[in-house]
Ligand binder design. Structure first.
Ligand SMILES: [Zn+2]
Length: 223
């Protein structure tokens, strides 16, 4: 995907995250890997509902700004995840209300209550709380760098995908499952044999950074 298309898609994604209530005010950050050794990432302190294409920051994988202003305070864990997972082309971090509520209740996200959860999310770990923007937070996130989706204690969530759409779908599904669990806290998981069947479908249909899925994803290779 060329840089112009990547800018347009990234801004569309930010507006959608904001309109869907998945992030608020200036919270969260989104990035895509460009062809070669560079990423585009949202700037520091920008409202995601008002973001424009010219606001985006282009950085090298080494963390140097190529164009644009000040990058998101969390650019280091974006770069770390890209370096760890060559197949990852898009990363979304935001602050979904029900995901944060789940961490405050000391509950993880159970992904096997519904079939879509089992297909899209895999196991969802929770990164420990650390100060936003700190190296300690980067270290906490990198412990789960190969997870398609993770929660962050008292903070939010991170998803990744081979495409921006895949990362967005995972974030939307993660927040859906968090809300579902709060509404139906006694819900049981699907039967074990059904979960096995869904895991097999997931392996065939969905890309995953930890290699639990095949490369035959239905979506294109770029963000
Ligand atoms: Zn955050």
């Amino acid at each position: 995907m060329n840089e112009g298309s990547a800018r347009r898609r990234l801004v569309e994604c930010c507006h959608l995250l904001y309109e869907r209530g998945l992030t608020f005010s200036a919270g969260g950050n989104v990035s895509v890997r460009l062809d070669g050794e560079a990423i585009l990432i949202t700037p520091s302190g920008a409202n995601k509902g008002l973001l424009g294409e010219d606001d985006l920051v282009k950085m090298t994988m080494g963390g140097e700004v190529v164009s644009g202003g000040k990058p998101s305070i969390e650019h280091r864990f974006h770069l770390g995840i890209y370096r760890e997972n060559p197949g990852t082309n898009a990363i979304i971090h935001c602050h979904p209300l029900h995901c944060i509520a789940a961490t405050l209740k000391n509950e993880g996200i159970r992904s096997c209550i519904t079939p879509e959860g089992a297909l899209l999310l895999d196991r969802v770990p929770t990164a420990r709380y650390e100060t936003p923007g700190s190296q300690a937070l980067v270290d906490a996130v990198m412990e789960y760098a190969d997870s398609p989706a993770m929660l962050m204690d008292r903070h939010g969530a991170i998803t990744q995908g081979r495409t921006l759409e895949e990362a967005f779908n995972r974030m939307e599904e993660l927040e859906f499952q968090a809300r579902l669990q709060l509404l139906a806290p006694d819900a049981e998981d699907l039967p074990a044999n059904e979960i096995d069947r869904l895991k097999e479908m997931r392996r065939c249909r969905y890309w995953s950074p930890n290699g639990s899925a095949s490369s035959s994803s239905t979506r294109g290779p770029a963000a």
